[in-house]
Design a binder for this molecule. Sequence first.
Ligand code: NAD
Length: 408
Amino acid sequence: MKRYVIAGCSDRALDMFAKPIVANFSNYARLVGIFDPNHKRMEFFNQQLKTSIPAYTDFQEMLKEQKPDCVIVTTIDCYHHQYIIASLKAGVDVISEKPMTIDEEKCRAILAAEKESGKKVTVTFNYRHAPYCTKAKELLRQGKVGKILSIHFEWMLDTRHGADYFRRWHRRKENSGGLLVHKATHHFDLVNWFLEDEPDVVFAFGSRRFYGPTRRERGERCLTCKYKKTCEFYWDITRAGEKMKGLYLDAEAVDKYYRDGCVFSSEIDIEDTMSVNVRYRQGTFLNYSLIAHSPYEGWKMSINGTGGRLELEEYHSGNRASEPFHYIRCYDREENSVTYEFTKPTGGHGGGDERLLRMLFVNDLPDPLGLMADSRAGAMSILIGIAANKSIARGKPVEVSGLLKPSG
Ligand SMILES: NC(=O)c1ccc[n+]([C@@H]2O[C@H](COP(=O)([O-])OP(=O)(O)OC[C@H]3O[C@@H](n4cnc5c(N)ncnc54)[C@H](O)[C@@H]3O)[C@@H](O)[C@H]2O)c1
């Protein structure tokens, strides 16, 4: 039985890892320690899990006392590298939440530490495991569109989910790398995985014209805001359920982490509207856009190849989200098309979370499509976002390979 510890008692850590380990995988995995700078969050973890797992505010002490086989890193993105590297140095494998890290220096440090340690970093790209995406990968492997020449990919976050990134830590690039790293790492990973190729050159535009200080009626946070009655972004954390209360409201006095910050704050420095072009090493073009203020949430992708075209679309909110099926449409050059129909799965991230957990903790499924992602995949997906951030700042294209060299 493998011994696991968690670094960062986050919302994600609780629902994605701690609860399933305790409830569903107890024959394979044991959660032997939890770490977080905030003791109130750890208390809430143990209360939710109905456990008394040893809780630490000192990460090294947890490693020393619990001697885990694997550390699950689920903190704020900008700290991932600290716990990944410390774990590798202690001779322990790592499962890291996405994004693996937020900038190229930290990325290089992780890759070097992994190489030196001989241990392994796995990055949890759950979208790969969603049956819808796995099927697309299968069709591409079968050569349904021939050699892929270009991909058009549009991701829409709505004003509920999208706004959430502007309420808290994600809203500062120093914490999250912005949405081109924090969020788009999922999307760039899907493209990299579909193409089985690595990015070469990136050019991007980005702006913030929806959230941030775009209106005068704003406060520090919803809880104390004088525009509660009129602001359409008002969110009442006191009525948002047990988890929001236990993990954030009851714990905020310890570290001043306010979960309901104002989406119009002048502190915000991430973009809400982004457009990215990528040329891959084998010559494929990716045309990608991400917005965080859409009336509905979902994504659309078209994959153009020498033999045809594949079209994917998924809706997470809005009118079409309640449709029972989603589809993959495949067109050839003889005016034939095949439509693959999928019943919408109920689990997190298109049903991907559950499948990923089984592969992580039981590891009894074959993986011919390469669903499990390593540190190289973790690096390549963030490096597109990191290059895009640099391109936005410089107004010039950025070469990805340069970012892997110390002077990049
Ligand atoms: N794969 C996915 O689909 C998915 C979904 C959600 C979140 N995530 C990832 O999970 C991670 C957690 O996100 P969340 O929104 O659940 O976080 P959260 O805001 O709920 O929690 C962040 C935690 O980090 C802790 N923390 C603060 N400073 C720290 C430090 N210096 N060292 C260690 N811990 C510190 C906080 O106390 C808090 O418990 C992020 O990396 C995020 O990208 C992934």
